[in-house]
Design a protein around this ligand. Structure first.
Ligand SMILES: Nc1nc2c(ncn2[C@@H]2O[C@H](COP(=O)(O)OP(=O)(O)OP(=O)(O)O)[C@@H](O)[C@H]2O)c(=O)[nH]1
Ligand SMILES: [Mg+2]
Ligand SMILES: [Zn+2]
Length: 310
């Protein structure tokens, strides 16, 4: 008998599939699959809607197919291989957890994440966590960043777990949706999820072992059902996100404010890097576009071409 379900976890050769009745079935899969109507074959990832055959004798399953993906977020490969690693598929929103200290999240990392989400039209919220650790200098920097990102149109939240700051807002954000939680290792992704859903008991980097930072506490993506509605996907800390599936001439489409100004550029094929009469460069010069966002654009634009394509 063929069943359907959502992949919640992938470990080695096992795929955990949650059925519509909320039962979790351990499944195997033979290699890669062609998505409905697609040309390429794909490995099964968290969030995939799959069909599987259930074997009553072993109470396990065999995955037989994957449905076409609504969207997905790609992790930049750790090595230079061209293989892309999909973090999760079919998500309603992505929540980027960032911290200004322990560890420091760089603006370019944030912008790279926003570009990958924009490319698949995935709504993003940026959550600045650990605000209890910020001194006046960092609080000042935080306000600047919040202004930059809210001006572009992103939703931003500042949270602190020990101070219980905005934890209720974080919970409201998650309710009823499938959310991918992403960010560098150690920013508090698993801790924040535990705070709103204590029953999950996710492993976190305890304060006493904080000095071992650099080690990932969460080692694979996993999807959890929330008892207040919705699903959350905890992911391992990431260094970067793959910019895949578009040409670099299109990059400016994924910086909403750059895209807006580009309408007034002199040349229709302006790359917004050096051209005379570039409205984007001018806006960056007068502060209408933030310098840090424009720098990220230039850095991503001049990155090696090969990183853009599969
Ligand atoms: N001071 C402070 N510490 C926090 C806060 N949130 C989380 N932490 C601490 O930060 C450390 C790392 O938290 P984790 O939840 O393991 O981080 P993670 O993002 O899941 O890390 P990986 O699983 O490695 O990607 C832990 O010691 C947490 O207790 C916060 O708001 N303030
Ligand atoms: Mg974690
Ligand atoms: Zn231009």
């Amino acid at each position: 008998m063929e069943n359907t379900g959502i992949v919640t976890k992938v470990t080695g050769r096992w795929f955990w599939v949650e059925t519509p009745e909320h039962r979790s079935v351990r499944c195997a899969a033979k290699g890669r699959f062609r998505l409905d109507g697609g040309r390429n074959t794909n490995p099964v990832v968290v969030g995939d809607q799959v069909t599987f055959i259930h074997d009553n004798q072993t109470d396990s399953g065999m995955i037989t197919g994957i449905s076409a993906r609504r969207n997905y977020i790609i992790r930049r490969s750790a090595n230079l291989s061209h293989a892309t690693q999909i973090l999760a598929a079919n998500i309603d929103q992505a929540i980027l957890i960032a911290t200004l200290i322990k560890p420091k999240t760089y603006p370019e990392f944030i912008d790279r994440f926003l570009v990958s989400a924009e490319a698949y039209r995935i709504p993003v919220c940026i959550v600045f966590n650990k605000t209890d650790l910020y001194d006046s200098l960092l609080l000042n920097r935080l306000e600047n960043l919040i202004k930059i990102y809210t001006d572009v149109g992103y939703r931003v939240l500042r949270t602190s777990v020990p101070d219980k700051k905005n934890i209720d807002h974080f919970k409201t954000l998650l309710a009823g949706k499938t959310s991918l939680i992403a960010g560098n290792s150690g920013v508090g992704k698993s801790t924040l999820i535990n705070t709103v859903e204590p029953g999950l008991n996710l492993k976190t980097n305890s304060l006493s072992t904080y000095h071992q930072s650099g080690r990932h506490t969460t080692t694979y993506s996993e999807m959890f059902r929330l008892n207040f509605g919705g699903y959350v996907i905890d992911t391992p800390g990431i260094k970067g996100f793959g910019l895949v599936g578009f040409d670099k001439e299109e990059l400016y489409h994924f910086f909403p404010e750059i895209f807006r100004f580009s309408a007034s550029c002199n040349y229709y094929n302006c790359t917004h890097t050096h051209e005379p009469g570039c409205a984007v460069k001018e806006a960056a010069g007068t502060g209408k576009i933030s310098q840090s966002r424009y720098n990220s654009y230039l850095n991503l634009f001049f990155e090696e071409d090969k990183k853009y394509r599969e």
